[in-house]
Design a protein around this ligand. Structure first.
Ligand SMILES: O=C(O)C1=C[C@@H](OP(=O)(O)O)[C@@H](O)[C@H](O)C1
Ligand SMILES: C=C(OP(=O)(O)O)C(=O)O
Length: 432
């Protein structure tokens, strides 16, 4: 399918009943690749995500001299070089994790690293991170468009590190980027967030958890302040959890069709923001049971409206907005202003696309108010945003004739989404 072709989202003819295995977490895969790059020995990543965002991260790290080999079982074997190589170019695509997490690593390379990506990467914020890295001793040339991509990090092989204040209200990824590389800075790093709001806190917790698992000492005893001690990062074997945010549309299918969907291998304890789906889908009328089989969500056909602060779990907004548009009462999703800076302006895009189908969605600076209305078919634009495409698929379950533009954009974090969705509707297990 070319990007201009439309995919007609299948409408369910009855309750969807299926068992689903979702691929690995983008956020965990890209963190694990990065930590393995900075480690003192080889690492193995079991069940890594292989999608556009993680392949971009792997390609970036390979160009810096990291050995990333494919093992027969789909694992990645990562062999860090003795020194990261400069004089290279990195394509960040539209991957926030690559845009942000790879910058401090590049400062540790022994020469210039040029960064560029999709047109959207020129708009997504990175200025506060550039300033923070400069104050920690990195040399960055962003003269082409100050505070934005494209840019060049002039790696010198070392970063002095120390204390830095940063306004991370545009993206939690700024803080995570500094913490992930901080142990390899000469003095480590102490990061203090000084802005008004700090979105996506679970993702910062994921960063801290993964650093600790790799043997790094992190002090997070004070709110909005993290200190990473300088020291070794251990090479290790990691099994990547399934991507719980990408499980959202599949679980939503159970709720909106009055069916039953199990997502396998749901972790008992996790920092992934998608774990909040258990609470959210329950509020919206589902029964959620976590057991040895995974997470099972059962719907009874009814869908309730919700009033939710999604600042921590804003990745879930497109799916929740789609479910809310099919509910029996209005919903308000707030704390989501920063998702205007994601793959696209998600607040504006969701309002526009749902309204095009006959919906009544009112857009505020930091919120969406969704008043369910009878929806009709039509074209659903996705703006190169994987989560817009999967949200459209959820609407399509109940509304015939939803024609999704560039559904292939789902490959950013979820390979073969349409194959998986077709298997879901057929009630069969996806065979790949
Ligand atoms: O650290 C991460 O892996 C992520 C952090 C969040 O970014 P923001 O803080 O920019 O929302 C999230 O939305 C993104 O999908 C992944
Ligand atoms: C915001 C997202 O991605 P990124 O890592 O590009 O910021 C997302 O996946 O919802």
């Amino acid at each position: 399918m070319t990007t201009s072709e439309l995919w007609t989202a299948p409408t369910s003819t009855g309750p969807v009943t299926a068992r689903v295995t979702v691929p690995g977490s983008k956020s965990a895969t890209n963190r694990a690749l990065l930590l393995a790059t900075l480690a003192d020995g080889p690492s193995a990543l079991r069940r890594p995500l292989r999608s556009r965002d993680s392949l971009l991260m792997a390609a970036a790290l390979r160009s810096l001299g990291v050995g990333i080999g494919d093992l027969a079982d789909g694992s990645w074997q990562v062999d860090p070089p003795s020194a990261l190589r400069g004089d290279v170019s990195v394509d960040v695509g539209n991957a926030g994790t690559v845009m942000r997490f790879a910058l401090p690593i590049a400062a540790l390379a022994d020469g210039p690293v040029h960064f560029d990506g999709d047109p959207r990467s020129h708009e997504r914020p990175v200025g506060a991170l550039i300033e923070a890295l400069r104050s920690l001793g990195a040399d960055i040339d962003d003269s082409a468009r100050p505070g934005h991509f494209p840019l060049t990090v002039r790696g010198t092989g070392a970063v002095p590190g120390g204390l830095v204040e940063i306004d991370s209200s545009a993206s939690s990824q700024f803080v995570s980027a500094l913490l992930l590389a901080g142990a390899r800075f000469e003095r480590g790093v102490e990061v203090r967030h000084v802005g008004e709001r700090l979105p996506s806190l679970p993702h910062i917790r994921m960063t801290v958890d993964m650093l600790r698992q790799a043997g790094v000492a992190v002090d997070d005893t004070e709110p909005e302040r993290w200190a990473v001690a300088p020291g070794r990062i251990r090479g290790r074997e990691t099994t990547i959890e399934p991507d719980l945010s990408n499980a959202a549309p599949f679980l939503a299918a159970a709720l909106v069709t009055g069916g039953r969907v199990t997502v396998a291998d749901w972790p008992e304890h996790t920092a992934q923001p998608g774990d909040r789906l258990r609470e959210i889908l329950t509020l919206m009328g589902a029964r959620c049971e976590l057991g040895p089989d995974g997470l099972t969500v059962t719907g009874d056909g009814g869908v309730h409206g919700v009033d939710l602060d999604l600042s921590g779990e804003s990745e879930l907004t497109p799916t929740i907005a789609a479910v809310a548009a099919l509910a029996d009462e209005p919903s308000r999703l707030h704390g989501i202003g920063h998702i205007r800076l994601h793959e696209t302006d998600r607040v504006a895009a969701l309002a526009k696309e749902l309204n095009n189908l006959g919906g009544e969605v009112i857009e505020g600076e930091d919120e969406l108010v969704i008043k369910p209305r009878p929806l009709h078919g039509g074209e659903f634009a996705t703006y190169d945003d994987h989560r817009l495409a999967t949200a459209a698929a959820v609407i399509g379950l109940r509304v015939p004739g939803i024609h999704v533009e560039n559904v292939g954009t789902t490959g950013k974090t979820l390979p073969d989404f349409t194959g998986r969705w077709t298997a879901l509707l057929a009630g069969t297990e996806y065979q790949g």
